[in-house]
Design a protein around this ligand. Structure first.
Ligand code: CO
Length: 134
């Protein structure tokens, strides 16, 4: 059911420092920071030849990544995103298999303008999984 790895998201305490690390030390191609108020994050996209890394930093008081940063002050891997062809078909199959879909269970528009859903980490080897319809 899942296809390509779309991105790995890393929460960082300092977006400028993280951008500089990826650009200057790792030699990666990065985007300008983008504020995504609907998601409570500011994001920098690191464009790799075969996938993307998203550097996430909390935006606003209700950011879903603020708690993560409290628990992991140096930052850390937050989620991985797999591509699916049809997010509703994928969701229904996952729910039938007993997997827990977070939130309302209805897809939201993600950072790339495509519908996404998040799956409970306890059902997937301790990893928060995002699925994105491409
Ligand atoms: Co993501």
């Amino acid at each position: 059911m899942i296809g390509r790895l779309n991105h790995v998201a890393i929460v960082v305490p300092d977006l400028a420092a993280a951008s500089s690390t990826y650009q200057m030390i790792l030699g990666a191609n990065i985007s300008a920071p983008q504020n995504l108020p609907d998601h409570g994050v500011t994001v920098v996209f690191v464009n790799l030849p075969n996938t993307k890394i998203e550097l996430l930093h909390p935006l606003g008081p209700d950011s879903p990544v603020a708690k993560f940063l409290e628990k992991n002050p140096s930052g850390g891997m937050h989620h991985i995103c797999y591509e699916v062809e049809d997010i509703i078909v994928a969701r229904d199959k996952l729910v039938q298999s007993g997997a827990r879909v977070l939130g309302t269970g209805e897809p939201r528009i993600g950072a790339h303008g495509k519908p996404v859903l998040f799956l409970h980490p306890k059902d997937f080897c301790g990893t928060l999984i995002e699925i994105e319809q491409v």
